[in-house]
Design a protein around this ligand. Structure first.
Ligand code: MC0
Length: 139
């Protein structure tokens, strides 16, 4: 089902401060940044300098508004790991396969994720307490 670990998402209050921390402390580099209105996030993707394209990245997620998933997460947990994202080749097929195993998917049909990927999520209560994202990268 899963072809790679696409990224690990960290909820942060201040995106610029978090990028600077990852850069100056661990030497990570920003590869991409965007605002996703539907998800209510301003996000940045970072990678280790020695990694090839397609390697697992770190995603920093800052809230755009108080009613967003990230704002709610920060209120409840403070900054920290918010999600684990698995890469798949077909997000609809992967979601259907997981539904057939009795797992709850958050969306009936995929939504738009980073860089025009198509995404869905497995409810954390059905995935060992971890919010699992399924990512089908843009063609
Ligand atoms: C909530 N829970 C979590 C969790 N969020 N557990 C692990 N990891 C998380 N991130 C737990 C709560 O503590 C609670 O446990 C239980 O799940 C259900 O909580 P709830 O009150 O019913 O639900 P909410 O309101 O906390 O929402 C959780 C939910 C939400 C996962 C449904 O965050 C959501 O819709 N997430 C999907 C969208 C998202 O995360 N967007 C931001 C990233 P107890 O034990 O207290 O019952 S956007 C993104 O990722 C895009 C840009 C991309 O990568 O392409």
């Amino acid at each position: 089902l899963v072809t790679a670990i696409d990224h690990v998402g960290i909820a942060v209050a201040d995106l610029d401060a978090a990028i600077e921390f990852q850069r100056s402390t661990f030497g990570l580099e920003v590869t991409h940044s965007e605002i996703n209105e539907e998800q209510g996030v301003h996000e940045a993707m970072l990678r280790a300098p020695g990694d090839a394209a397609g390697a697992t990245q770190i995603q920093l997620l800052a809230p755009l508004r108080p009613d967003s998933a990230i704002a709610k997460f920060l209120e409840r947990n403070n900054p920290g790991l918010q999600q684990l994202a698995f890469r798949v080749t077909d997000v609809e097929a992967a979601s259907a396969a997981l539904r057939a195993k009795g797992l709850r998917l958050l969306y009936d049909s995929p939504r738009r994720g980073t860089a025009d990927s198509r995404i869905n999520f497995v409810h954390p209560k059905d995935a060992g307490g971890v919010l699992v994202e399924l990512v089908e990268p843009a063609a």
